[in-house]
Design a protein around this ligand. Structure first.
Ligand code: NAD
Ligand code: MG
Length: 389
């Protein structure tokens, strides 16, 4: 039987890897919806080659070009946030959430409300609205499968285990582009330098977030929300080779490590084939050639984002949405050469401090509207701080 599936963020790095796997077993799938941003040519080409029902661009100004590119194919074209959400409500068995940023939340929620199995690469969904997304899945009996490599690794380490037996979860961090730089040099780090990752080939935003450790900060919160553990049970360890993705520590002192090459097609394929395991086109590690693996404690002076994530987990409520939105704006500022590399965490910390006094905003109930309001307020404040620099 063919499975119906949709991919949101199909034109990005995770989207391309997902399509790579689907194309190897084309007849097993029926593609419902694909979504992208400004790369209309790629979106249209994907929709045609996968014979999708609908292709949606996030930006309405791109709709005429998308319509032109799909003319005569019978594939529907649509644009805008509401159209993405509508596409996510079309019946599907499996939905990949691979939009980058808070924009990934509404389609993920919609898919869960419709009962789809959600493969979640978009960590921002859990950071901004963990209780909402987990609660929606529970309410509708829908499943979420983590796609972030660390979380897929933990998920795999927990198969057959009782959460009661879990003492700690350790997620690894490569350390990103500046792992070995002297701290004094970080203030001068350029966009090009921050955009190149030592081990993983990913989208530009997550690559820069790896250099600043904002990515690991988001993943700490993602771990807390997805696995429901206490923040004190989650650790980050710097592991420059990126071969161990995470470890689960049990009460009896045993540590289960997940080891594999840095290739997202493993985590994507695990979620695609779950609960089965199928052959995947990833490199088989030659441990003798690997020879050794290193581990280092993360330095919070080098990576203040990790300290901020701990504060956000402690604060709870809308702190995650505020943190993520401020981080997205600071990152936009860095990409636009308006904010220096180290200044990004200062901006985020300032936004968190300024908004923490607004109890109404920070302690609001977890609804999509409240999360959006916290996100909007944090973006406004971040832009003011950046403009005042
Ligand atoms: P990317 O930048 O390569 O692709 C992002 C996709 O989202 C593109 O299709 C783009 O068109 C779309 N998009 C961007 N802004 C949008 C908006 N406002 N509305 C709708 N669509 C929009 O990103 P990526 O590296 O593939 O990452 C996608 C998600 O997966 C992120 O949440 C990231 O943290 C997570 N993730 C990525 C990797 C990786 O290896 N790339 C690993 C783990 C987790
Ligand atoms: Mg990750």
């Amino acid at each position: 039987m063919t499975r119906r599936l949709s991919i949101f963020g199909s034109t990005g790095s995770i989207g391309l890897s997902t399509i790579d796997l689907i194309e190897r077993d084309r007849d097993a799938y029926e593609v419902v919806a694909l979504s992208g941003g400004h790369n209309v040519a790629r979106l249209a080409q994907q929709a045609k080659s996968l014979n999708a029902e609908i292709a949606v661009t996030a930006h309405s100004e791109n709709l005429p070009a998308l319509r032109d590119a799909l003319a005569g194919t019978g594939i529907e074209a649509a644009a805008g946030e509401a159209a993405i959400e509508e596409a996510a409500r079309r019946p599907a068995d499996w939905v990949m959430s691979a939009i980058v940023g808070a924009a990934g939340l509404p389609p993920g929620l919609a898919a869960l409300e419709e009962g789809a199995c959600l493969a979640l690469a978009n960590k921002e969904s859990l950071v901004t609205a963990g209780p909402l997304i987990m609660g929606t899945a529970a309410k509708h009996g829908s499943r979420i499968l983590p796609v972030d490599s660390e979380h897929s690794a933990v998920f795999q380490g927990l198969v057959g285990e009782d959460m009661e037996a879990v003492e700690r979860i350790i997620i690894t961090a490569s350390g990103g582009a500046f792992r070995d730089w002297p701290i004094e040099k970080l203030a001068e780090a350029t966009l090009d330098q921050a955009s190149s990752h030592p081990n993983w080939d990913m989208g530009q935003r997550i690559t820069i977030d790896s250099a600043s450790m904002f990515n690991k900060a988001l993943e700490l919160i993602e771990t807390k929300e997805f696995f429901g553990v206490d923040p004190s049970q989650i650790e980050v360890i710097v592991h420059p080779q990126s071969l161990i993705h995470a470890l689960v520590g049990f009460k009896d002192g045993g540590l289960m490590a997940h080891v594999g090459p840095p290739d997202m097609r493993h985590a994507i394929g695990y979620a695609l084939n779950w609960p089965e395991r199928k052959t995947l086109p990833v490199e088989r590690l030659d441990l003798a050639a690997v020879a050794s693996m290193e581990f280092r404690a993360p330095d919070e002076r080098r990576w203040p984002a990790l300290r901020l994530a701990r504060e956000v987990m402690e604060a709870g409520g809308m702190a995650g949405a505020v943190f993520n939105a401020a981080k997205e704006c600071a990152l936009d500022g860095f990409i636009a050469h308006q904010v220096g590399f180290l200044r990004m965490s200062d901006v985020v910390e300032q936004v968190l401090t300024d908004l923490s006094v607004d109890r109404g905003l920070m302690s609001a109930a977890f609804t999509l509207d409240n999360v959006r309001a916290a996100d909007d307020t944090a973006r406004r404040r971040a832009r003011e701080i950046i403009a005042g620099d």
